[in-house]
Design a protein around this ligand. Structure first.
Ligand SMILES: C[S@@+](CC[C@H](N)C(=O)[O-])C[C@H]1O[C@@H](n2cnc3c(N)ncnc32)[C@H](O)[C@@H]1O
Length: 239
């Protein structure tokens, strides 16, 4: 079964049926703002279906080391974006230009700390100051639904982490990192960690204080002083 999941169509069907693909879209809706984004690097893009949910006009480049996913992505979505068989490193910016958003959906939990840290470091090196890093992964947390815990334990990715562990991975190179933990993104019980990071620390507006946030989810935030806080968060407001 695990090998079969490497086949592009079956992988996407499983993602869709389980609600895991929809979870990515909900995370985009809640934690990403594409306004001002000109170029996206999608590291570990898989079969590339996410490109259907990237606003037109944004230059999209997907990287994956699995040629079957990239062949499928180019066949289906090659007119809309570029998909390349390539392990991501910072030289990608020399070849494709500087991105202002880097995505890693469902990828970090396939990488050990050394590999993940090297990729995150390269991402930080090539992003401009206004750029964002965004990752979504399965996440352990205490008291989580046993089905969620079982699925995470048996995931193909052997490096599922807790929210503070995802945060520590990224916070070493991104002064502003936030990890949002969500149990409500898929119909199959599953805990997601959404990691959002940038190189400059944006000041919080009065409107964004914890007490004024209506739909709250647990999250951890680390600022430039390295302080981890438990807090509450509501999805970003759209104009
Ligand atoms: C679980 S899939 C996620 C696919 C897609 N992003 C999604 O949201 O469904 C993880 C992908 O990461 C790719 N991958 C793993 N290590 C990579 C690396 N160093 N560079 C690029 N892709 C990598 C794998 O080949 C696989 O396609």
């Amino acid at each position: 079964m695990k090998n079969l999941l490497e086949i592009a169509d079956l992988y996407h069907a499983c993602q869709t049926i389980g609600g895991f693909f929809g979870a990515r879209l909900k995370a985009f809706r809640d934690y990403l703002d594409f306004r001002g984004v000109h170029r996206i690097f999608d590291i570990g893009c898989g079969p590339g279906h996410i490109i259907n949910h990237i606003p037109d006009g944004i230059d999209y480049i997907g990287f994956d080391i699995d040629h079957r996913y990239i062949e499928s992505a180019n066949r289906r979505f090659g007119k809309r974006g570029r998909f390349v068989v390539r392990p991501f490193d910072r030289s990608a910016a020399d070849d494709y230009g500087q991105p202002d958003l880097i995505l890693m959906n469902g990828v970090l939990h396939h990488m050990d700390d050394t590999c993940a840290h090297s990729i995150v470091e390269s991402a930080a090196a090539i992003l401009p100051e206004h750029g964002f890093f965004f990752a979504l992964d399965g996440c352990y947390k205490s008291g989580q639904n046993p089905i969620s815990h079982y699925l995470l334990k048996n995931d193909r990715g052997k490096f599922v982490r807790t929210a503070p562990e995802y945060q520590n991975l990224v916070a070493t190179v991104f002064p502003q990192t936030e990890v949002f933990v969500r149990d409500d993104l898929s119909w199959v019980p599953y805990t997601f960690a959404i990691t959002r990071a940038r190189k400059i620390v944006a000041p919080r507006s009065v409107k964004e204080t914890a007490s004024s946030r209506p739909n709250s989810h647990t999250f951890f935030t680390q600022d430039i002083h390295g302080v981890i806080q438990n807090d509450k968060y509501s999805p970003i407001k759209r104009a």
